[in-house]
Design a protein around this ligand. Structure first.
Ligand SMILES: [Zn+2]
Length: 233
């Protein structure tokens, strides 16, 4: 544990993972259970009817919604247990969940919601004390440490390479579930939402991730760049 002092604030630099993530750490046979868990939860969330007093009339329609089925409920439970153990699931199973979402009319909404959920789960993989100290620190330091923490999580869970870019960051992903499922472009919404949320939760970033290069357009890798909004220089 390294301890540094800045502006009277002590930072306990716990390292959530034993060493920096490296590209060769990616195991293409397995996917962190957080990802299918988030995809199915987002699907269930969007299939849950808003209580508008028409619940009885909607009963039959509701029963047909996949997100509310017992199959989805039991899969969510299974993935949750796996995720709690930081477990993985086989790649082909994750691909089939990703494909299931991609075929929905509201796929873009599900991917965006799922990306944010996955990022929040993934952010909890690090030390809670570390996150608390980062939150309590002055903004420039919070941002720098936060981006470093986000980069570790992005590599470990999303197979992504996040690098600082000025005060912000850029992200590159070569192989991912969107490209493996054949839905690069649409499925990239999952990753863009996840990276923006990771940076928001861990570094206080309030802005957007611009998807500047995409495998769907023939680029060798998908790349995102964080963009500033007012008040975040
Ligand atoms: Zn893309």
């Amino acid at each position: 544990m390294d301890v540094a002092f800045s502006d009277g604030v002590a930072f306990a630099m716990f390292r959530p993972f034993s060493r920096p993530w490296r590209l060769e750490d990616v195991s293409p046979d397995a996917v962190n259970a957080i990802i299918p868990l988030s995809l199915l939860e987002a699907m269930r969330n969007l299939d849950t009817p808003i209580d508008d007093g028409l619940a009885e009339l909607a009963g039959e329609m509701v029963a047909k919604r996949l997100g509310l089925s017992t199959t989805v409920a039991s899969q969510i439970e299974r993935y949750r247990q796996q995720a709690e153990r930081s477990g993985t699931i086989p790649l082909d199973e994750a691909v089939s969940v990703f494909r299931l979402v991609s075929r929905r009319q509201d796929a873009a909404l599900v991917f965006a919601d799922a990306g944010r959920r996955a990022a929040r789960y993934a952010a909890r993989l690090g030390s809670g004390l570390y996150r608390g100290l980062v939150r309590a620190s002055p903004r420039p330091i919070r941002r720098r440490l936060g981006i470093r923490a986000a980069a570790r999580v992005a590599g470990r869970v999303f197979w992504a390479e996040m690098r600082p870019n000025g005060a912000l960051a850029e992200v590159t992903v070569r192989e991912n579930l969107a490209s493996l499922t054949g839905v690069a472009g649409l499925g990239c919404g999952f990753y863009g939402a996840a990276f923006a949320e990771l940076m928001r939760v861990l570094s206080g970033f309030e802005g957007a991730m611009l998807h500047e290069r995409c495998r769907a357009q023939g680029d060798p890798a998908c790349a995102w760049r964080a963009t500033t909004v007012e008040g975040y220089e």
